[in-house]
Design a binder for this molecule. Structure first.
Ligand code: SAH
Length: 262
């Protein structure tokens, strides 16, 4: 049996009860970079853990190897947990793992998690929709293929919606410029939420025109989320709220053991 489990965006209290139960009975766990150490601490001591995450620009375990490892552990009769940051189906390759497991006729379940867009904005006092500002919300990848800009900018630049860019930090300038070029007001508010739902959460507010210039490389710590649209104005009104949130954890980058899938 394999459980594809969403661990939420950071704060361990955002784990669902179902996810918590699966962690308790896990025998083998394959986990990603964005799973906090507090959540890993909930695993049984005897559970075998394998780090299969990747940081931008560094080598990572190929997806096909992860798929194979999941199948192989399950075939040995282990209770396998595939633990992912946020929700497994939102920019998490959960779909690819599910396909591989189903093809191998392995019993599998998917346990949804709170995705970064929900967690970070809730803790920052930015509602994703609001009758006065946004009638829809779009989750977009900001990881643009090199030299290739395949996003549908004209529809992304429509007013009356909230855009949430995952993996967008290194393309912040390109994203803002493209949205302005395709018709969004340069004054459209933008929030950059750093290490959302953790004790280190920081929310930087600006506009499409002005925010990208305000940052110097290295100043911002990943993971970060970009939120663009009128709802971001509400952060000011609701700012007291952010300070009330009980964020409990931090990511400890680089402390993971090297992965050993075989
Ligand atoms: N499956 C995950 C997303 C994986 S893609 C989910 O549903 O949340 C990884 C991207 O998610 C990061 O580059 C960042 O943009 C965003 N992200 C994840 N956790 C975050 C956090 N705690 N704070 C800010 N952004 C986060």
């Amino acid at each position: 049996m394999v459980s594809l489990v969403g661990a939420g965006p950071g704060d361990p209290e955002l784990l669902t009860l179902k996810a918590y139960k699966r962690l308790q009975s896990a025998e083998v766990v394959l986990y990603d970079r964005l799973v906090s150490s507090e959540i890993l601490a909930m695993l049984p001591v005897q559970a075998a853990r394998f780090y299969v995450g990747k940081a931008r620009s560094s080598h990572s375990v190929p997806q096909s190897d992860i798929n194979q490892a999941l199948v192989a552990w399950a075939q040995q009769g282990k209770q396998v947990v595939r633990l992912k940051g946020g929700d497994p189906f939102i920019f998490g390759r959960g779909g690819e793992e599910l396909e591989a497991l189903v093809a191998a006729q392995i019993k599998v379940e998917v346990i949804p998690g709170i995705t970064a867009a929900s967690g970070c904005t809730a803790y920052a006092g930015i509602p994703l929709t609001h009758r006065d500002h946004a009638q829809s919300v779009r989750f977009v990848t900001g990881h643009l293929q090199q030299g290739e800009n395949t996003l549908d900018w004209p529809t992304l630049a429509q007013p009356g919606q909230t855009l949430v860019f995952y993996m967008g930090l290194s393309n912040l300038v390109t994203i803002c410029q493209a949205l302005i070029q395709h018709g969004l007001e340069p004054s459209t508010p933008l929030a950059l939420i750093e290490q959302g739902t953790t004790q280190q959460q920081k929310t930087h507010i600006g506009s499409l025109q002005q925010l990208p210039q305000a940052f110097h490389a290295g100043e911002i710590k990943p993971p970060t989320l970009l939120v663009i649209g009128g709802v971001v104005q509400l952060h000011e009104t609701l700012a007291w709220f952010e300070s009330q949130q009980g964020c409990a954890v931090g990511f400890d980058e680089g402390k993971h053991p090297t992965s050993a899938l075989e």
